[in-house]
Design a protein around this ligand. Sequence first.
Ligand code: FAD
Length: 296
Amino acid sequence: MDFLRPASWEEALAAKAEHPTAVPIAGGTDVMVEINFDHRRPEYLLDLNRVELLGEWEVGEEDVRLGASVPYTRIMEHLRAELPGLALASHTVASPQIRNRGGVGGNLGTASPAGDAHPALLAAGAEVEVESVRGTRFIPIDAFFTGVKRNALQPDELIKTIHVKKADGPQQYSKVGTRNAMVIAVCAFGIALHPETRTVRTGIGSAAPTPVRAREAEEFLNAALEEGGFWDSGRIITPSIAKQFADLASAACNPIDDVRGTARYRRHAVGIMARRTLGWTWEQYRGGARTLEGAA
Ligand SMILES: Cc1cc2nc3c(=O)[nH]c(=O)nc-3n(C[C@H](O)[C@H](O)[C@H](O)COP(=O)(O)OP(=O)(O)OC[C@H]3O[C@@H](n4cnc5c(N)ncnc54)[C@H](O)[C@@H]3O)c2cc1C
């Protein structure tokens, strides 16, 4: 196995162009497991750890530009206000050791349906900037996951930056696991309220072949909130609206039975998480978030 160690982004792109089968390695928390278990024996490993820009982030007017290798710990420490959903999701990843190494670029690279960053990115409405020597592409997160552990990257492309809109309202992330740490999700749910556009977006993890949005649930809720004047009044969402939202979120799942849980359980749990996270975010909106908006 050859170990390629580019010192810059340009060198990394050139190496990937020359060796499209080279496997990039960032934190290595997925790649090294696969190599250790002999699930993968790549001819080339492309070590991205010397490429500084991948470990940096920038908070702009509208969005956060998150370098692909920024570890979860940094997101939790520095981007909690701007990216609350992703920070909460980061908290649930594995253990401090894994969170110090692993990042969102690696999560997207693996593209597991259970990846914890994915529901938060779907709910926030992220865009993945990928690059090759041929040029740059911006892939909307909704189009990024193409199958079980498959993504929209071309063989010569690398993930450079994840662009995530700064939160304009409350966000939440909920995960069911068999214990409280070091656990891959049985299923997960992310939600983001976007008061500026009066929309709610969602993301479901580990309950379909890819991470997905609960689109019908979103459409139903967006119409119900608008028709009932909820955004202006800030009044409590009625139990019937919350229930319909939860039922539609359950219906958006297409899960399987596996060692972590049954399909039936996953559907049920996603409905519960959808109702709860809607309740939590709406309470935040009714309180601080809405008052602040009104005062601004
Ligand atoms: C004990 C343990 C517990 C875990 N628990 C969780 C958990 O709770 N939740 C969770 O979501 N994940 C979990 N994981 C999986 C892993 O930690 C995450 O997927 C993490 O985000 C991977 O990031 P990384 O930087 O380590 O990726 P790496 O292992 O370096 O890479 C992962 C994949 O992404 C590709 N890649 C990396 N960077 C780039 C790039 N810039 N461009 C293109 N491709 C790239 C690699 O080639 C590889 O295919 C766990 C792993 C372990 C070992």
